[in-house]
Design a protein around this ligand. Structure first.
Ligand SMILES: [Zn+2]
Length: 149
């Protein structure tokens, strides 16, 4: 379960729409919730909006289906989170004109425990927002529900 307020969701969508038709991305900071020793969910407190650091090496490759968050941006988000007693709990990116499901590339570059929110943007409109968590054995993603509060 990922808790994301509607105002944060609006901010996320605006950032991703601003990048359309290219992929855009960002980092979610917040805290994990526990039920006993078991992690039961994550609460997003803030977003760190970053620019897509993927460098286009050829026009054919393009930015449309790739995104990369630079190590500097991750370090900046990590500092910002720890100053507030929070952690990086996930990442978000858009899929321009594609469904909000992880691609094979997303699986290769993801890691377990954090949330990967994917927003499908079609013709400049947000059509779907879903959150995914990579299994420990990295074989696949499982969808997790998103709640508003
Ligand atoms: Zn993706």
């Amino acid at each position: 379960m990922l808790t994301l307020t509607s105002s944060l969701l609006v901010r996320m969508h605006q950032h991703l729409l601003g990048g359309y038709p290219r992929e855009a991305c960002g980092i979610m900071i917040g805290q994990e919730t526990y039920d006993g020793a078991q992690q039961s969910g994550k609460i997003v407190h803030d977003l760190v909006l970053v620019s897509n650091a993927w460098e286009v090496e050829s026009e054919r490759e393009g930015l449309r289906n790739r995104y990369l968050i630079s190590p500097e941006d991750v370090a900046r988000a990590d500092r910002e989170a720890s100053q507030r007693g929070l952690d990086i709990i996930g990442f978000f990116h858009s899929h321009p004109d594609h469904p909000a499901r992880p691609s094979e590339t997303d699986r290769e570059f993801a890691w377990p425990n954090v949330s990967f929110v994917i927003v499908s943007v079609e013709a400049g409109q947000v059509v779907d927002t879903r959150s995914w968590v990579l299994r420990d054995d990295r074989s696949a993603f499982d969808e997790e529900p998103i709640t508003g509060s």
